[in-house]
Ligand binder design. Structure first.
Ligand code: CIZ
Length: 393
């Protein structure tokens, strides 16, 4: 896919001001409001169903509804397409006839769809409070501060390549675009890290420490050459100059609350209860969980493994519960369960309730765009640079 990359100033800017505590506060994530007209909140499931279906019919081809794999069934049933964040953003771009892209997922995903979609398309996130706790663990002020401190410690020929996970705000993708960096997904992280090391001496990987570590280990970097950067205590890194100098990869201390729930004891129990079972986990899980599993990979990889497995296969899966339940329903000839018996759904994905979907769709029918996600032009342009580097791999 060819992306437009002529930004206002194409020059890569590496030096950024070190932000004062007030500067940091100014750059904090804007609070996203979770509000809905009372009468929608009080509607029955049947009424919401009828209203959503009627609004979809009325909007026809002008509307595309995208549903992330982690969405609940009551939402997924309305999705024209299902996928991971990146696949959905690409699908949005491939539907130019749709004026409205209603993204049933979380905020960074709607931003990515806005970046990749056409200028005539409007992206809507039914509930703006559906953020991603991991994405919110890195904000632009903290990343700029970290960058500046690393350059101070390592000097101007530090050779650091910033790599941001798809699960990050648009302004962090733009940061990578203007600092020689790149975006990765959980599917292509190994190829992205290889690309980064072909251009620089070190990688700054954010916001997921675990995806970064698991990918670096696969690439052959030992744990001793990794440094964990704590954005909540950046000054602590000032006393770690030597460790930073020796580090090949600097891992941002961020994590996915859902994938952090899985542990090795659960794997041992699954194997004891069901001898021969295959354990399939997501790379956002901790290192020891990934190492103890039979297979690991992105959401799309997990789905592909189960889709191609023969009847009678048994799987203990470590990822979001809605996806695991749906896989079990769609493959009744296989035995599939979630490795954590008491897991809750991803709480931010869960904020997309049918009441919000009905509200925004009826708004569109009445000519009102509610809860639009719009990324400013300069950010779009620079984020596309980082995305284009990834797409070229
Ligand atoms: O990017 C996504 O959609 C997520 C949350 C994970 C994955 O592995 O695809």
């Amino acid at each position: 896919m060819a992306l437009q990359t002529a930004c206002a100033s194409s020059k890569e800017e590496r030096i950024l001001p070190l932000l004062s505590p007030t500067g940091r506060a100014r750059h904090q994530q804007a609070k996203r409001i979770d509000s809905i007209p009372q009468h929608y909140a009080e509607m029955s499931g049947e009424e919401l169903d009828q209203r959503i279906s009627a609004a979809r019919d009325a909007l026809g081809e002008r509307l595309v509804i995208l549903g992330h794999h982690y969405q609940r069934d009551e939402i997924i049933k309305y999705a024209d397409f299902r996928g991971d964040s990146f696949k959905l953003a690409q699908l949005a771009a491939a539907r130019p006839q749709a004026d409205y892209i209603v993204f049933c997922g979380v905020h960074f995903m709607a931003e990515s769809a806005d970046i990749l979609s056409g200028p005539h398309q409007q992206v809507i996130l039914p509930n703006p409070a559906a953020g991603c706790s991991m994405a919110d663990m890195a904000n632009i002020a903290e990343v700029e501060e970290c960058w500046e401190m690393l350059l101070d410690i390592l000097g101007e020929d530090a050779g650091i390549i910033p790599v941001t996970y798809m699960n990050s705000a648009a302004n962090l993708k733009a940061f990578c675009g203007r600092n020689g960096g790149i975006v990765c997904t959980s599917s292509n992280a190994p190829a992205v890290v290889k690309w980064a090391f072909s251009r620089g001496k070190r990688v700054l990987f954010f916001p997921d420490e675990h995806l970064g570590r698991n990918t670096a280990l696969k690439y052959g970097i030992p744990e001793a050459c990794m440094f964990v950067w704590n954005p909540k205590d950046p000054m602590a890194s000032n006393t770690a100059d030597e460790e930073i100098e020796q580090a090949q990869i600097i891992l941002w201390k961020g994590y996915c609350t859902t994938h952090m729930r899985f542990n090795v004891q659960q794997i041992e129990k699954a194997r004891a209860d069901y001898p021969g079972i295959k354990v399939l986990v997501h790379p956002e899980c901790r290192r020891e969980v990934v190492e103890a599993a039979d297979l690991y990979g992105s959401t799309e990889y997990i789905i592909a493994q189960i889709e191609k497995a023969p009847a009678g296969s048994q799987w203990a899966v470590a990822t979001e519960i809605n996806l695991v339940h749906r896989l079990a329903q769609e493959h009744p000839d296989q035995f599939i369960f979630c490795l954590d018996p008491v897991i809750c759904p991803c709480s931010t994905m869960y904020r997309i309730h049918p009441a919000y979907l009905a509200w925004v769709l009826e708004g569109l029918v009445n000519g009102e765009v509610i809860n639009q996600v719009k990324v400013d032009e300069d950010t779009v342009c620079r984020a596309k640079v980082a995305l284009e580097r990834m797409l070229a791999l």
